[in-house]
Design a protein around this ligand. Sequence first.
Ligand code: GAR
Length: 211
Amino acid sequence: MLRVVVCVSGGGTNLQAIIDRCADGTIRNAQIVRVISNKKDAFALERAKKAGIPGICISPKDYSSREEFNLAFQKGLDEAEPDLIVLAGFLVQVPRNVVAAYPGKIINIHPALIPSFCGKGFYGLRVHEAALARGVKVTGATVHFVDENMDSGPIIIQKAVDIPEGITAQDLQQKVMREAEWIILPKAIDLIAQGRVVLDEKTKTTHILPE
Ligand code: GAR
């Protein structure tokens, strides 16, 4: 059983998708053992509680330095002994000590087709506002491994979403979640749990083994 820790910051609809897909058997051989939020009032913590999953808050605000927070965050992960750490709308850059402690074991969902609309400043609604401002006709979502830089790790799965004429950023965010994020994030966890994702350290790419 793959022990999964999910890190969140907000509403937690991606966390909910993972919970639901574990419950209905779409994600096989995986169990969410802990949810970590950097925000005390994140609705994602309510979702965890409702599903009977232990949830904790580790906020930079509760530590006198970033270094102290970084160590506390790693401790919060270490205690849960995770095989996989899933960033599901976690809007804190993962500290270097954590990336170093869990090589190839951290994945993130980003609401665009990387390398478009990603990196510093591109998170949440801003990503969709930027896509609309650029006038792209297709966007989507990406699940990728996390490395020491932002949104730059090896890509695992992507899914494209058409952008209809005149859609608002809010509606586009919902459409990308519904048509891409809530599907590919559980899918990536299942693939990893089945041992089907091969990470090529040299080329920084992944290969998906057939079932
Ligand atoms: C999701 O759209 C996720 O892709 C995005 O935040 C949202 C969280 O929603 N993440 C990023 O922008 C990371 N760069 P949720 O809390 O309802 O899952």
